[in-house]
Design a protein around this ligand. Structure first.
Ligand code: COA
Length: 293
């Protein structure tokens, strides 16, 4: 299998190739939901970070972001998109793109990259938490209103806004392989579960009970093993689960819990996915401390 290279775009016609990757990665019908070539060029030329992954001269993935300002005037980097063509996933290309983004943003002297994603998407959750070491303390209901690409069509567009503290011990150790994510066994014994879930049909589950009055230090919040499969099975069931996630995250984030890990495990032949929430000061988490042994 051919290897890839990560680089900046040199030839302006290549911006169109990036739009083709967007169409493929997000399942867009046409270019109306894509970031246009002229805006890619504007971001690339003005302090943004745009990197592409090429295989045999063809762009198969990209990462895109730009400098951003907090209300208090502090600078951070906002990462708007990372996408890899479907045929090239599962090879580490997305991780290589994010690591290249991290290097570029570190070189600009910044220490924080933020982005939003749908917290019900297990693949993205595993990628963001388990591979990159992000944390999350903020939940935005209906962030984009109605979306039209095939991943998001018909679904409530609630989003996590995650923080990737790229200079922290936690992130350094996670990307160097020195700080592994926990197993389900590591956390099950010390955590309470916010949802009780039951099987509806083979690996499809629904939430039977939501507990919003827990106060143990570590909590588990389950998401579907595969929300896209659940959506095909029943859009109502998928959106019902998302609304319960909304109430759980809004409640526990407002009480000082931080989403700090994500565990994906095969249980009785089905994938089960859990966020780990820890009621802990952020600096302790960023030092790489964890609540399990
Ligand atoms: C997000 C994206 C860039 C990641 O690239 P990728 O090559 O698919 O990522 P990886 O295979 O390295 O990592 C995904 C991990 O999630 C796991 N995974 C897959 N489906 C999963 C699910 N339903 N639940 C939990 N984990 C899942 C994979 O097994 C893999 O873990 P592993 O390496 O331990 O096996 C790519 O999937 C993509 O382009 N998606 C569409 C666009 C998008 O959502 N972009 C991000 C938001 S801006």
């Amino acid at each position: 299998m051919s290897s890839w290279i990560i680089r900046r775009v040199k030839d302006p016609s290549k911006y169109w190739e990036i739009m083709d990757v967007m169409k493929d990665a997000w399942g867009m019908d046409d270019y109306t939901e894509a970031v246009p070539a002229h805006l890619l060029k504007a971001i690339d030329d003005n302090g943004g970070v745009l990197r592409v992954a090429e295989v045999n001269g063809r762009i198969v993935g990209f990462v895109l972001g730009f400098p951003a300002l907090k209300p208090n005037g502090s600078l951070y980097h906002y990462s708007h998109m990372v996408g890899v063509r479907r045929a090239y996933r599962g090879r580490g290309i997305a991780l290589a793109l994010k690591l290249a983004q991290r290097e570029a943003v570190l070189a600009q002297g910044l220490d924080l990259i933020e982005w939003t994603y749908d917290p019900a998407q297990g693949l993205n959750a595993k990628f963001n938490f388990a591979k990159l070491g992000v944390v999350c303390r903020r939940y935005y209901p209906n962030y984009y209103g109605e979306m039209r690409d095939s991943i998001n069509r018909g679904m409530i567009s609630d989003r996590f806004k995650v923080e990737w503290w790229i200079k922290s011990e936690r992130v350094k150790k996670r990307v160097n392989g020195e700080l592994s994510p926990p197993s389900l066994e590591d956390v099950r014994g010390i955590a309470d579960s916010v949802f009780e879930t039951v099987v509806v049909d083979s690996c499809i589950r629904r939430i039977e009970k939501v507990k919003l009055d827990l106060d143990s230090e570590v909590l588990l919040v389950e998401i579907p093993g595969d929300i896209n499969e659940m959506k095909r099975y029943s859009l109502d069931l998928a959106n019902e689960w998302k609304l319960k996630l909304r109430s759980a995250f809004q409640e526990y984030f407002s009480r000082g819990y931080v989403a700090m890990e994500f565990v994906s495990a095969k249980v009785d032949g089905c994938r089960r996915n859990f966020y780990v929430l820890w009621k802990s000061p952020l600096d302790k988490i960023l030092r790489g401390e964890v609540p399990w042994k």
